[in-house]
Ligand binder design. Structure first.
Ligand code: SAH
Length: 431
């Protein structure tokens, strides 16, 4: 049999909610009668939502698919500043629970017709009188439309306790508005055949309720409310976000190490005429030759950026050091193993790499962050990152020469800069 609606009616109902979310950008969304979390799974991609909650009386339905709400690998690999917490509860819409109060949007899609009329009264009181969300979307079958549904005898679902005509739905909606201080717009999804639309309305009727009086109205209820917790938490997940300092540090460190290494290689190639082994770097990062060619444009852009940064780094170092020497050696003066280092000024890293500047906020924040990183070597004054170039044995003459260099150099003792007693800026407060 040909499907009657394209897209399918349940998809159109969910799309109606998604369109509303796109327009109104609610931060806290609660889906009542969430069943197998189909709507929640679509809503989680709307990252202006910070708290997404589902409630259903049937815990087994929730548990079937709830793990599909977990973050996917890109959420961990490329976390954004968006914050998202998802919670799923088992419980009845006829009972109160203080954790679900104060939401921006509550949805009830094809739920109320599963309740007895007495429970619909409780639903109204709980949702509109106690949870008091700013907006509520309620969808329910429109029985005026039923004659157009081929082969339908009785209700559309065996568990339905009633199916309202448009007049009945309107009467309930108006009563709720009067009693709890809302206004409603009646609409729907699933068009009737041409010529019948006025007479029968939509297949699924939808009421979009808005609370009158904005936030103040909610606060009035809030003060008098008792804290009731009647639902059971079944699932809770917090998505990785750059608001989490540990995650921010990890992402920033990856960027810093990547760019510092890239700048070092570019600069060495320019100064020494050695081969620029950017290709090797890409290989090391798991970008094969084919992949490198496929993303040539991206690599080109990155190369241009690195080249520009390299030039800037050189200028800065030339300004700082009279002879503009590229390599500094460090290690214990009596050791026969010396490390050749490349100094990458933090100011260069900060201004050449947009993500580093955005994530750290300022050069001094970047310095404070790097001081705490065990794998990072900073110059004595903390102004540059020292990257090992290669380990090599030095003959006595070389050693003498470079020991003299080191004594005059700001990098004489290459080590992690001790945290200063009074940092210039509060790194935590600046990001
Ligand atoms: N909203 C979903 C599913 C609708 S089916 C969708 O759009 O596809 C109705 C759902 O309401 C079922 O999962 C059922 O378990 C749930 N339900 C029924 N009575 C309930 C109650 N008193 N409290 C909470 N959920 C209830």
């Amino acid at each position: 049999m040909e499907p009657m609606f394209t897209p399918a009616l349940h998809r159109q109902r969910h799309q109606f909610v998604i369109d509303f979310v796109k327009r109104k950008k609610p931060k806290k969304v609660l889906d009542l009668g969430c069943c197998e979390c189909v709507l929640l799974k679509q809503l989680k991609f709307h990252r202006e939502i910070e708290l997404l909650v589902g409630l259903d009386i049937d815990g087994a339905q929730i548990k079937k698919k709830m793990h599909g709400l977990a973050p996917i690998s890109t959420d961990y690999l490329q976390p954004s500043y968006d914050q998202l917490r998802i919670e799923l509860y088992q419980g009845s819409v006829t009972e109160k629970d203080a954790r679900l109060r104060g939401f921006d949007l509550v949805t009830s899609i094809e739920l109320i017709e599963h309740l007895t009329l007495a429970d619909v009264e409780l639903f109204s009181e709980v949702v509109f009188g106690y949870l008091t969300p700013e907006a509520v979307i309620v969808s329910t079958p429109n029985s005026d439309f039923n004659p157009f549904l081929p082969g339908l005898v009785g209700f559309r679902h065996i568990d339905h306790k009633f199916e309202w005509t448009r007049a009945e739905f309107k009467s309930w909606a108006m009563k709720v508005c009067l009693q709890y201080g809302y206004e409603v717009e009646l609409t729907g999804v699933g068009q009737a055949p041409p010529g019948q639309r006025e007479r029968v309305g939509f297949c699924s009727q939808i009421g979009v309720f808005h609370r009158l009086g904005g936030k103040e109205h909610y606060n009035m209820f809030d003060e008098d409310a008792e804290d009731v917790f009647s639902y059971t938490l079944l699932y809770s997940i917090i998505y990785p976000s750059l608001h989490d300092n540990n995650i921010l540090r990890r992402v920033l460190m990856c960027e810093v190490v990547y760019w510092a290494e890239k700048l070092k290689r570019r600069w060495i190639a320019e100064e020494t005429g050695e081969r620029d082994d950017t290709d090797d770097l890409c290989q090391a990062e798991g970008e094969g030759g084919e992949c490198f060619r496929a993303s040539e444009r991206h690599v080109d852009t990155e190369e241009t950026q690195t080249a520009a940064c390299g030039a800037e780094m050189k200028t800065l170092v030339d300004q700082e050091e009279e002879d503009g020497e590229l390599f500094w050696r460090h290690g214990k003066p009596d050791s026969d193993k010396w490390h050749r280092c490349v100094s990458v000024p933090l100011a260069v890293l900060w201004c050449c790499c947009p993500k580093v500047s955005v994530l750290s906020g300022s050069v001094s924040n970047l310095r404070l962050l790097l001081m705490d990183e065990p794998g990072v070597k900073l110059s004595q004054d903390g102004s540059a990152m020292l990257l090992d170039h290669q380990e090599q044995d030095l003959d006595d003459d070389d050693e003498e020469e470079h020991r003299a260099d080191l004594e005059d150099s700001p990098y004489a003792e290459a080590r992690q800069c001790p945290p200063s007693a009074e940092p210039e800026e509060d790194w935590e407060a600046n990001v």
